[in-house]
Structures are given as C-alpha cells and as structure tokens.
Design a protein around this ligand. Structure first.
Ligand SMILES: [Zn+2]
Length: 149
C-alpha cells in the first residue's frame, strides 16, 4: 500500500495504524496471544508504512522547494541575461560576459546550463543537458572589461 508521498497517503497509513490500535484497545487486552501478535504485526507494518510515506512526502516537499529556488534564480537572472550569438550570458551594465549558457535549455525550461567544449574539438560546444551542439565561434567566452570572473 505504498503511496506517492502525498499528505493523503500519510493520513491513510496513519489512520490504518490508528484503526489497528483501536482494535487492540477494544479487545481490552483480552484477546488470545495469536490474535494479539497478528494485530501487533499489523500495527508495526502500518507504522513503518507511515514512516515511509512521511519520508516520501518530505522528499516531495524538498523537490518543490528546490524547484521554487531554481525558478526564483531564473527570475533573478532573467533580468540580466543577454543573448549573444547562439548563447545566453550573464551581463554587467547590459554587457554580456563569461561562459555561454545553452539557449535551448534557457528558452525552453529556464535552466541555466553552461556549454562545454566538445572533447577533442575546439569548434563545437555541447550542452551537457540537452546535448545540442553549438559552433564555438557563435558561443565564445566573453571577457568582461574591468571584471575578472
Ligand atoms: Zn541545453
């Protein structure tokens, strides 16, 4: 009965654990050992499942937090990113500088992915994320005047 780490999944497994403990309580500890053992095993399993759902939920929350941070960064960068040739660059006073970012990843997903030189080639740059290739001369490293990156 593993869920997807939604709050509903957590509640469902907690409710199940509660139902089992109610059953134990209602029997007023007067049940036979075999039955009690079975219920305790069920309770243990229900609690383990709640724990798992909770950690899944925590993962989901962290992933959403990270996505929010990423989108916020993208929004901040949006204002000072400049397109030059086939790449995007950070800019100072409207002047692009530094290493180029993949234009496909930025325009499609607001992801800032630096282009890499393709191994054994100084004419081709490649995006490690989407694998698009760019001409190095259309995506040069830009020195920033009076600024060392
Ligand atoms: Zn890309």
């Amino acid at each position: 009965m593993a869920g997807q780490g939604t709050p509903e999944d957590v509640m469902r497994s907690l409710n199940f654990a509660q139902d089992v403990s109610k059953e134990i309580k209602q029997a007023n500890y007067q049940m036979d050992r075999v039955e009690l053992k079975r219920l305790l095993a069920e309770l243990t399993a229900a609690i383990a499942s709640s724990k798992m759902e909770l950690s899944l939920l925590q993962g989901v929350c962290e992933a959403r937090d990270n996505e929010l941070i990423r989108l916020n960064e993208a929004l901040v960068y949006k204002g000072n990113l400049r397109r030059r040739g086939d790449g995007y660059y950070k800019s100072i006073d409207g002047r692009p500088y530094g290493q180029p970012y993949c234009s496909y990843c930025w325009e499609g997903n607001q992801k800032l992915i630096h282009l890499h030189n393709r191994i054994l080639s100084k004419d081709v740059r490649v995006c490690p994320h989407c694998k698009n290739e760019y001409q190095a001369m259309r995506t040069p490293f830009l020195e920033a005047e009076g600024y060392t990156a």
